[in-house]
Design a protein around this ligand. Structure first.
Ligand code: PXG
Length: 290
């Protein structure tokens, strides 16, 4: 495997960062997770735009233009001869000293890893995911902006730990007010009487790229959509529930806090959306090998 670091490619054992990198010392940095399918990168521009927005929000200057970043990303996939896989793109504050101020970090570091994707087991796609509500709340925007895809993921990781200790596949995270924000690494949707609802981004969700793709699919299929605050009640009493994210794509969720959602099986609206989603991922995107 060849990994991009600051303009050069390194074999995996030699792909290393400084122990003084503030990405490591303080979680000071941002990232993206991006999929490529069938020789095409899915929604590459949208992911890169979100990366540059995250950078702006944390006052981080990325030393490449968006076009240069796009080329570096494509070249990393080419160097690894892959057609299907996953990209992890990181921009850290770079090397500094032991003080937390980024003033001593002269240049941000860019790391791009292209790898095969580790998917959820096929059984989860057939049967759907079991979820619990986490006691760990989504970080409030007053403390850490949830729209920034930062390297500071401890909030979500603690929620993930809760979910897995409870024997569930995913955890539902609430915001400070107790409204549903999202899951630990996925956005959440419910279906009720044929209409699709997802929490608004201001409820504490990341503005997921696949969330946007699914809203577009619903419009195309004539399925009504709403972005509305939701409580656990709305999930307990939904006909269907599904999650979206780069790793999971679109996956049904069939239980929350021991209550089956609908009949406890992946529902027909979810299935229609999954079918359309798969067709779009296979047929659109930025060509890697031109
Ligand atoms: N919410 C959060 C908190 C995320 O981290 C999503 C929603 C979905 O966004 P996209 O743009 O991917 O549709 C994410 C992204 C993993 C993993 O291994 C998942 C993400 C990030 C890093 C790792 O499951 N999810």
């Amino acid at each position: 495997m060849k990994i991009y670091i600051d303009g050069s490619f390194y074999p995996e054992p030699e792909a290393k960062v400084s122990v003084f990198d503030h990405g490591l010392l303080y979680g000071d940095g941002i990232f993206e997770g991006i999929r490529f399918y069938n020789g095409r990168v899915f929604r590459l521009t949208e992911h890169l735009e979100r990366l540059y927005d995250s950078a702006k929000a944390i006052a981080l200057k990325i030393p490449l233009s968006l076009a240069e970043m796009e080329e570096a990303t494509l070249e990393t996939i080419r160097q690894n001869n892959l057609r299907d896989g996953y990209i992890r793109l990181l921009v850290t504050r770079g090397k500094g000293n032991l003080g937390l101020s980024p003033d001593r970090c002269p240049k941000a570091s860019i790391i791009i890893i292209a790898d095969k994707i580790q998917l959820y087991p096929e059984e989860k796609y057939q049967k759907g995911m079991v979820m619990v509500t986490c006691a760990t709340r989504r970080a409030t925007p007053a403390a850490l902006l949830p729209a920034v895809k930062s390297l500071n993921y401890l909030n979500n990781i603690m929620a993930k730990v809760e979910a897995s200790h409870a024997g569930a596949d995913e955890g539902v995270m609430l915001n400070e007010q107790g409204y549903v924000a999202e899951c630990t690494g996925d956005n959440i949707f419910v279906v009720r009487r044929g209409a699709v609802t997802t929490p608004p981004v201001y409820a504490g969700a990341l503005c997921g790229i696949n969330r946007g793709v699914v809203l577009d699919i619903c419009h195309e299929l004539g399925i009504p959509t709403r972005e509305m605050e939701m409580t656990r009640y709305d999930v307990y009493t939904a006909d269907e529930c599904f999650l979206t994210g780069t790793a999971a794509e679109v996956i049904a969720a069939i239980e929350l806090d021991t209550r089956p959602i609908g009949d406890g099986k992946p529902g027909p609206v979810t299935q229609r959306i999954i079918e359309r989603f798969r067709a779009i991922t296979q047929s659109t995107g930025t060509e890697i090998y031109k």
